[in-house]
Design a protein around this ligand. Sequence first.
Ligand code: CAO
Length: 527
Amino acid sequence: MNQAIDIKVPDIGDFKDVPVIELFVKVGDLVNPEDPLVSLESDKATMEVPAPHGGVVRQIHVKLGDAVSEGSLLMQFEGMGAVVPADTAKPSVSAPPSPVNAPAGLAEIRIPDIGDFKDVPVIEIFVKVGDTVKAEDPLVSLESDKATMDVPAPLGGVVREIRVKLGDTVSEGSIIMALATNDAPATATAPAAPALLAAPAPAAPAVTSPSGVDEAAFRLAYAGPAVRKLARESGVDLGKVRGSGAHGRILRADVEAFASTGGQTAAVPATKPASAPAGGGTGLDLLPWPKVDFAKFGPVERKELSRIKKISGANLHRNWVVIPHVTTHDEADITDLEQFRVQMNKELEKSGVKISMLPFMMKAAVATLKAFPEFNASLDGDSLVLKQYYHIGFAADTPNGLMVPVIRDVDRKTIPEIAREMGELARLAREGKLKPDQMSGGTFTISSLGGIGGVHFTPIINAPEVAIMGVCKSFWRQHSSDGKTWASRLTLPLSLSWDHRVIDGAAAARFNVYFANLLADMRRVLF
Ligand code: CAO
């Protein structure tokens, strides 16, 4: 006899009020045990709730976007004796799933919010298939050009599948592994669901399209197990499907649409044009890089670039090639400011804060940015996004390479506060412990080589910012304003690089003069 069976959300760890992001069944569907019913997405994991029993879907009690927790009623099945496996054949009409026959969960673990970072390489994988992990155990380590980040397990379980390998690049939302939670089979070879209504899907590799599927992109595609299975069965290269779900999640409908159009409409272009348009001037038709056997000329040693150097190199290269840089040099008279700085350091000696020239430059930069708002902006297509906040980055030299921590709201901080924060961020940078949010959101950068030397240099703009101020070591020079009387003045060399798509030379020269005048007399910052 048919029975009404309540299907509830099983144990999903500490998660509560998790939105339903996908419904895999509709009223009237015939479902096998273990078939996915709904997909839930917290900020840290995507979980598919499988059917604990076979049956026909009689009622669905949730809709997309509804928030559910353990025990929430999802749907009702009309159970049919023939499809209920023996060990789960006694569903009570209203009893919540017991620990024994609660539907086992498969949680897909995604990269959480990692700030503005994208395409960050996986540099370490701490677990292997079959390992049992607890919530908060580290799963993988990522390394951007600016920080190393461990991704912890958002919930406990057994690692069922690892979908990344060392060197793969991931972004927020990329799926890195699948965890069997609760009573889910710990290995892919122990499926619990007897297939009574339909033949089980063949194992993934057997149905994979033999050609053209980019396995790495497939692994990283943002999609749940049911959609992956469908993609495998349909021979769809998941890495090429654009997701229409929240945060770009690939839905069943996306795979179906992709498959129905022969993979044409939603495909991401896989290749660049073979060559630049003739005469268009948009391609770089360069000679190949010279290949030289240096050892022919003398002894050499080969040393691999650090990972941070490799990645920051790629960013610097992009910025250098894409942004039409111009650098305007100038000088600031900091004689009085230096005297004041030395005096303040004496007064603050006991507080433990030591103030270099850089915090003063930050304050002067904010006042200058307020006067020249297009320098505190980013290009977005044909628009300029003018920011009304002043987060100033500073280049920090570290043993691993260049990093740019950001001090937020410099306009609202005192000089000692800026100095203290800068010291702390520089320390974290040197120890490789900066967090993504400590390096994001900058609106303008200062790169100071003043503690080292140099006269002028041409700093590379830290995209998507539009300008960067470089400063070198101050020096004493004889100065005259009338050619008759001369005085020794402490002079700070300035090198402002600016994006010529946004800023004109006259504005850049004015920016430097304004900035220099503020440093010459910091009282002007008050105006
Ligand atoms: N002229 C003369 N002396 C200067 C100066 C300047 N413009 N700027 C700093 N100094 C002095 C400081 O007063 C300090 O002197 P004391 O030791 O006598 O007190 C000394 O130089 C060292 O300063 P600092 O470098 O420790 O402090 P800072 O606040 O100026 O800079 C930081 C901090 C983190 C920015 C710096 O240590 C650093 O990493 N600079 C390198 C940035 C870089 O690599 N830029 C290039 C990017 S493009 O590849």
